[in-house]
Design a protein around this ligand. Structure first.
Ligand code: AN0
Ligand code: CP
Length: 317
Protein backbone atom coordinates (compact mmCIF):
# COMPACT_ATOMS: atom_id res chain seq x y z
CA UNK A 1 0.00 0.00 0.00
CA UNK A 2 1.35 3.47 -0.86
CA UNK A 3 -1.34 6.07 -0.16
CA UNK A 4 -4.37 5.44 2.07
CA UNK A 5 -7.38 7.69 1.59
CA UNK A 6 -10.38 5.33 1.60
CA UNK A 7 -11.40 2.02 3.19
CA UNK A 8 -12.09 0.75 -0.33
CA UNK A 9 -8.28 0.38 -0.58
CA UNK A 10 -8.21 -2.23 2.21
CA UNK A 11 -8.60 -5.10 -0.28
CA UNK A 12 -9.95 -8.35 1.16
CA UNK A 13 -11.79 -7.47 4.37
CA UNK A 14 -11.14 -10.91 5.87
CA UNK A 15 -7.41 -10.27 5.44
CA UNK A 16 -7.65 -6.69 6.72
CA UNK A 17 -9.49 -7.87 9.87
CA UNK A 18 -6.93 -10.65 10.38
CA UNK A 19 -4.09 -8.11 10.10
CA UNK A 20 -5.88 -5.83 12.56
CA UNK A 21 -6.35 -8.72 15.02
CA UNK A 22 -2.64 -9.54 14.78
CA UNK A 23 -1.70 -5.91 15.47
CA UNK A 24 -4.11 -5.73 18.42
CA UNK A 25 -2.73 -8.92 19.98
CA UNK A 26 0.94 -8.18 19.18
CA UNK A 27 1.29 -4.39 19.31
CA UNK A 28 5.09 -4.42 19.65
CA UNK A 29 5.90 -7.26 17.24
CA UNK A 30 7.05 -4.89 14.47
CA UNK A 31 9.28 -2.46 16.38
CA UNK A 32 12.10 -2.98 13.85
CA UNK A 33 9.87 -2.19 10.86
CA UNK A 34 9.63 1.52 11.64
CA UNK A 35 13.16 1.98 13.00
CA UNK A 36 14.75 5.20 11.67
CA UNK A 37 11.58 6.00 9.76
CA UNK A 38 9.84 9.30 10.43
CA UNK A 39 6.13 9.99 10.35
CA UNK A 40 5.04 13.60 9.86
CA UNK A 41 1.51 14.30 11.07
CA UNK A 42 0.11 17.51 9.72
CA UNK A 43 -3.03 19.09 11.15
CA UNK A 44 -4.99 21.85 9.46
CA UNK A 45 -7.79 21.15 12.01
CA UNK A 46 -8.10 20.19 15.69
CA UNK A 47 -7.87 16.61 16.90
CA UNK A 48 -7.67 14.53 20.06
CA UNK A 49 -8.11 10.87 19.01
CA UNK A 50 -6.48 10.96 15.60
CA UNK A 51 -3.40 12.73 16.89
CA UNK A 52 -2.87 10.49 19.92
CA UNK A 53 -3.87 7.15 18.39
CA UNK A 54 -1.82 7.64 15.23
CA UNK A 55 1.22 8.76 17.22
CA UNK A 56 0.81 5.73 19.51
CA UNK A 57 0.47 3.43 16.50
CA UNK A 58 3.66 4.86 14.97
CA UNK A 59 5.55 4.49 18.28
CA UNK A 60 4.38 0.87 18.55
CA UNK A 61 6.00 0.34 15.14
CA UNK A 62 9.27 1.92 16.31
CA UNK A 63 8.86 5.11 14.25
CA UNK A 64 9.88 8.65 15.05
CA UNK A 65 7.01 11.12 14.92
CA UNK A 66 6.85 14.85 14.13
CA UNK A 67 3.54 16.66 14.61
CA UNK A 68 2.83 20.04 13.05
CA UNK A 69 -0.27 22.12 13.74
CA UNK A 70 -0.31 24.29 10.66
CA UNK A 71 -2.40 26.96 12.35
CA UNK A 72 -0.19 27.23 15.42
CA UNK A 73 3.35 28.38 14.73
CA UNK A 74 3.80 27.48 11.07
CA UNK A 75 3.57 30.08 8.31
CA UNK A 76 0.06 30.62 7.06
CA UNK A 77 -0.23 28.72 3.80
CA UNK A 78 -1.70 29.95 0.54
CA UNK A 79 -3.45 27.08 -1.22
CA UNK A 80 -4.62 28.72 -4.47
CA UNK A 81 -2.26 28.79 -7.46
CA UNK A 82 -1.99 32.10 -9.31
CA UNK A 83 -2.73 34.28 -6.30
CA UNK A 84 -0.62 37.45 -5.93
CA UNK A 85 0.65 36.78 -2.44
CA UNK A 86 0.46 40.29 -0.99
CA UNK A 87 -1.91 39.29 1.85
CA UNK A 88 -1.40 37.56 5.19
CA UNK A 89 -0.04 34.25 3.87
CA UNK A 90 3.78 34.19 3.55
CA UNK A 91 4.15 30.68 2.12
CA UNK A 92 2.55 28.62 -0.64
CA UNK A 93 1.48 25.01 -0.24
CA UNK A 94 3.38 24.23 -3.45
CA UNK A 95 6.74 24.90 -1.70
CA UNK A 96 5.66 23.74 1.74
CA UNK A 97 4.56 20.27 0.58
CA UNK A 98 7.83 19.15 -1.10
CA UNK A 99 9.84 20.72 1.73
CA UNK A 100 7.88 18.72 4.32
CA UNK A 101 8.35 15.64 2.16
CA UNK A 102 12.15 16.06 2.59
CA UNK A 103 11.87 15.66 6.37
CA UNK A 104 9.92 12.41 6.65
CA UNK A 105 9.14 9.01 5.15
CA UNK A 106 5.34 9.04 5.51
CA UNK A 107 2.89 11.96 5.81
CA UNK A 108 -0.51 11.94 7.54
CA UNK A 109 -2.78 14.88 6.69
CA UNK A 110 -5.90 16.23 8.39
CA UNK A 111 -7.65 18.74 6.17
CA UNK A 112 -11.42 19.12 6.55
CA UNK A 113 -13.88 20.33 3.95
CA UNK A 114 -13.89 24.12 3.92
CA UNK A 115 -17.48 24.45 2.72
CA UNK A 116 -16.47 27.29 0.37
CA UNK A 117 -16.73 25.32 -2.85
CA UNK A 118 -18.23 21.83 -3.03
CA UNK A 119 -16.25 20.90 -6.12
CA UNK A 120 -12.91 21.74 -4.46
CA UNK A 121 -13.89 19.80 -1.35
CA UNK A 122 -15.17 16.77 -3.25
CA UNK A 123 -12.09 16.75 -5.53
CA UNK A 124 -9.94 16.55 -2.36
CA UNK A 125 -7.93 19.50 -3.61
CA UNK A 126 -5.62 19.71 -0.56
CA UNK A 127 -5.04 15.99 0.08
CA UNK A 128 -4.37 15.31 -3.60
CA UNK A 129 -1.70 18.01 -3.73
CA UNK A 130 0.14 16.19 -0.92
CA UNK A 131 -0.10 12.96 -2.91
CA UNK A 132 1.12 14.73 -6.05
CA UNK A 133 3.92 16.91 -4.68
CA UNK A 134 5.32 15.40 -1.46
CA UNK A 135 7.08 12.43 -3.06
CA UNK A 136 6.08 10.37 -0.01
CA UNK A 137 3.25 7.99 0.92
CA UNK A 138 0.32 10.02 2.23
CA UNK A 139 -2.58 8.90 4.38
CA UNK A 140 -5.74 10.72 5.36
CA UNK A 141 -6.36 11.64 9.00
CA UNK A 142 -9.78 12.99 7.85
CA UNK A 143 -9.81 14.86 4.61
CA UNK A 144 -12.66 16.72 2.89
CA UNK A 145 -14.75 13.70 1.94
CA UNK A 146 -13.59 10.73 4.05
CA UNK A 147 -12.17 9.68 7.42
CA UNK A 148 -10.84 6.21 6.58
CA UNK A 149 -8.89 5.51 9.80
CA UNK A 150 -12.09 6.21 11.74
CA UNK A 151 -14.14 4.02 9.42
CA UNK A 152 -11.65 1.16 9.57
CA UNK A 153 -11.78 1.35 13.40
CA UNK A 154 -15.60 1.37 13.21
CA UNK A 155 -15.54 -1.70 10.94
CA UNK A 156 -13.16 -3.53 13.31
CA UNK A 157 -15.46 -2.65 16.22
CA UNK A 158 -18.58 -3.93 14.43
CA UNK A 159 -16.72 -7.10 13.47
CA UNK A 160 -15.77 -7.62 17.14
CA UNK A 161 -19.22 -6.91 18.61
CA UNK A 162 -21.60 -8.36 16.03
CA UNK A 163 -23.78 -11.22 17.27
CA UNK A 164 -25.32 -12.00 13.88
CA UNK A 165 -23.77 -13.03 10.57
CA UNK A 166 -25.40 -10.03 8.88
CA UNK A 167 -26.21 -7.33 11.47
CA UNK A 168 -28.51 -4.38 10.85
CA UNK A 169 -26.43 -1.19 11.03
CA UNK A 170 -28.25 2.15 11.17
CA UNK A 171 -26.46 5.44 10.64
CA UNK A 172 -28.59 8.24 12.01
CA UNK A 173 -28.22 11.98 11.56
CA UNK A 174 -28.51 13.85 14.87
CA UNK A 175 -28.63 17.58 15.64
CA UNK A 176 -25.57 19.79 16.23
CA UNK A 177 -25.28 23.58 16.47
CA UNK A 178 -22.38 24.00 14.02
CA UNK A 179 -21.80 22.85 10.45
CA UNK A 180 -19.85 19.58 10.37
CA UNK A 181 -18.30 17.88 7.35
CA UNK A 182 -19.78 14.85 5.58
CA UNK A 183 -16.43 13.01 5.78
CA UNK A 184 -17.35 10.66 8.65
CA UNK A 185 -20.80 9.68 7.32
CA UNK A 186 -19.52 9.36 3.71
CA UNK A 187 -16.68 7.17 4.81
CA UNK A 188 -18.82 5.07 7.17
CA UNK A 189 -21.33 4.51 4.37
CA UNK A 190 -18.50 3.45 2.08
CA UNK A 191 -17.34 0.97 4.74
CA UNK A 192 -20.80 -0.48 5.37
CA UNK A 193 -21.27 -0.98 1.64
CA UNK A 194 -18.28 -3.33 1.59
CA UNK A 195 -19.16 -5.09 4.86
CA UNK A 196 -21.73 -7.86 5.05
CA UNK A 197 -24.60 -6.06 6.79
CA UNK A 198 -28.05 -4.59 6.29
CA UNK A 199 -27.27 -0.88 6.08
CA UNK A 200 -29.88 1.83 6.68
CA UNK A 201 -29.32 5.60 6.76
CA UNK A 202 -31.87 7.87 8.44
CA UNK A 203 -31.92 11.67 8.32
CA UNK A 204 -34.35 14.55 7.90
CA UNK A 205 -35.28 15.66 4.38
CA UNK A 206 -32.56 17.91 2.97
CA UNK A 207 -29.68 15.97 4.54
CA UNK A 208 -29.16 13.57 1.62
CA UNK A 209 -25.53 12.56 1.17
CA UNK A 210 -23.64 12.01 -2.09
CA UNK A 211 -25.01 8.75 -3.60
CA UNK A 212 -21.43 7.88 -4.62
CA UNK A 213 -20.88 7.15 -0.92
CA UNK A 214 -24.28 5.90 0.24
CA UNK A 215 -24.29 3.23 -2.48
CA UNK A 216 -26.76 0.45 -1.69
CA UNK A 217 -27.90 1.87 1.66
CA UNK A 218 -31.65 2.05 2.29
CA UNK A 219 -32.61 5.65 3.05
CA UNK A 220 -35.39 5.89 5.66
CA UNK A 221 -36.74 9.31 6.63
CA UNK A 222 -38.66 7.93 9.63
CA UNK A 223 -36.03 7.56 12.36
CA UNK A 224 -38.21 5.28 14.56
CA UNK A 225 -38.82 2.93 11.67
CA UNK A 226 -35.09 2.87 10.85
CA UNK A 227 -34.22 1.92 14.43
CA UNK A 228 -36.56 -1.12 14.50
CA UNK A 229 -34.53 -4.28 15.04
CA UNK A 230 -31.16 -2.53 14.65
CA UNK A 231 -27.99 -4.17 16.02
CA UNK A 232 -25.81 -1.05 15.80
CA UNK A 233 -26.81 2.62 15.96
CA UNK A 234 -24.12 4.88 14.51
CA UNK A 235 -24.97 8.51 15.28
CA UNK A 236 -23.40 11.46 13.47
CA UNK A 237 -24.24 15.00 12.53
CA UNK A 238 -23.38 16.40 9.13
CA UNK A 239 -24.14 19.62 7.32
CA UNK A 240 -26.28 19.60 4.19
CA UNK A 241 -24.65 18.32 1.00
CA UNK A 242 -27.15 19.13 -1.72
CA UNK A 243 -27.41 22.21 -3.90
CA UNK A 244 -27.44 25.71 -2.44
CA UNK A 245 -27.49 24.34 1.10
CA UNK A 246 -24.02 22.79 0.80
CA UNK A 247 -22.22 23.20 4.14
CA UNK A 248 -25.25 24.67 5.91
CA UNK A 249 -27.10 23.71 9.10
CA UNK A 250 -30.72 23.45 7.96
CA UNK A 251 -32.11 21.81 11.10
CA UNK A 252 -31.19 21.44 14.77
CA UNK A 253 -34.34 19.44 15.53
CA UNK A 254 -33.73 17.75 18.87
CA UNK A 255 -36.45 15.20 18.22
CA UNK A 256 -33.60 13.44 16.29
CA UNK A 257 -31.38 13.15 19.41
CA UNK A 258 -30.67 9.47 20.18
CA UNK A 259 -32.44 8.66 23.47
CA UNK A 260 -33.53 5.60 25.47
CA UNK A 261 -37.00 5.47 23.91
CA UNK A 262 -35.47 5.13 20.44
CA UNK A 263 -32.83 2.64 21.59
CA UNK A 264 -35.70 0.50 22.99
CA UNK A 265 -36.98 0.07 19.40
CA UNK A 266 -33.75 -1.72 18.44
CA UNK A 267 -32.66 -5.30 19.03
CA UNK A 268 -30.63 -4.18 22.08
CA UNK A 269 -28.33 -2.30 19.69
CA UNK A 270 -24.88 -1.05 20.50
CA UNK A 271 -24.46 2.71 20.36
CA UNK A 272 -21.49 4.07 18.36
CA UNK A 273 -20.10 7.54 17.66
CA UNK A 274 -16.68 8.59 16.37
CA UNK A 275 -16.37 11.31 19.07
CA UNK A 276 -16.10 14.16 19.94
CA UNK A 277 -19.82 14.10 20.73
CA UNK A 278 -22.09 16.80 22.13
CA UNK A 279 -24.19 15.19 24.85
CA UNK A 280 -27.92 15.84 24.81
CA UNK A 281 -27.68 17.14 21.25
CA UNK A 282 -26.47 13.99 19.45
CA UNK A 283 -27.16 11.50 22.25
CA UNK A 284 -28.53 11.64 25.80
CA UNK A 285 -26.32 11.10 28.85
CA UNK A 286 -28.33 7.99 29.59
CA UNK A 287 -27.62 6.29 26.25
CA UNK A 288 -23.94 7.18 26.02
CA UNK A 289 -23.41 5.98 29.60
CA UNK A 290 -25.42 2.77 29.10
CA UNK A 291 -23.77 -0.67 28.88
CA UNK A 292 -24.74 -0.72 25.18
CA UNK A 293 -22.51 2.29 24.45
CA UNK A 294 -19.23 1.14 22.84
CA UNK A 295 -17.77 4.56 22.05
CA UNK A 296 -14.66 3.94 24.19
CA UNK A 297 -13.65 0.56 22.70
CA UNK A 298 -14.44 2.13 19.30
CA UNK A 299 -11.97 4.95 20.03
CA UNK A 300 -9.43 2.43 21.37
CA UNK A 301 -9.56 0.67 18.00
CA UNK A 302 -8.22 3.83 16.38
CA UNK A 303 -4.73 2.69 17.42
CA UNK A 304 -5.39 -0.67 15.78
CA UNK A 305 -6.64 0.81 12.51
CA UNK A 306 -3.77 3.33 12.32
CA UNK A 307 -1.14 0.72 13.16
CA UNK A 308 -2.51 -1.78 10.62
CA UNK A 309 -2.44 0.87 7.89
CA UNK A 310 0.95 2.31 8.86
CA UNK A 311 2.42 -1.18 8.89
CA UNK A 312 1.17 -1.81 5.33
CA UNK A 313 2.65 1.50 4.16
CA UNK A 314 5.99 0.73 5.88
CA UNK A 315 6.06 -2.71 4.21
CA UNK A 316 5.64 -0.99 0.85
CA UNK A 317 8.43 1.60 1.32
C1 AN0 B 1 -15.33 16.54 13.09
C2 AN0 B 1 -16.30 16.05 12.02
O1 AN0 B 1 -17.49 15.94 12.29
O2 AN0 B 1 -15.84 15.73 10.91
C3 AN0 B 1 -14.34 15.46 13.45
C4 AN0 B 1 -14.91 14.15 13.82
C5 AN0 B 1 -13.93 13.06 13.89
N1 AN0 B 1 -16.05 16.95 14.27
C6 AN0 B 1 -16.03 18.17 14.76
O3 AN0 B 1 -15.46 19.04 14.16
C7 AN0 B 1 -16.75 18.42 16.06
N1 CP C 1 -12.78 10.63 15.90
C1 CP C 1 -11.78 11.51 15.67
O1 CP C 1 -11.17 11.52 14.59
O2 CP C 1 -11.50 12.35 16.70
P1 CP C 1 -10.51 13.61 16.68
O3 CP C 1 -11.16 14.66 15.81
O4 CP C 1 -10.39 14.00 18.11
O5 CP C 1 -9.20 13.17 16.08
Amino acid sequence: MRHFTSVTQLGSLDEAFAKARYVKENPFADQELGKNKTLLMLFFNSSLRTRLSTQKAAMNLGMNVIVLDVNQGAWKLETERGVIMDGDKPEHLLEAIPVMGCYCDIIGVRSFARFENREDDYNEKILNQFIQYSGKPVFSMEAATRHPLQTFADMITIEEYRKKERPKVVMTWAPHPKALPQAVPNSFAEGMNIMDCEFVITHPHGYELDPAFTGNARIEYDQDKAFEGADFIYAKNWAAYTGENYGKVISTDRSWTVDSRKMALTDNAYFMHCLPVRRNMIVTDEVIESPQSIVIPEAANRVVSAQTVLKEILLGL
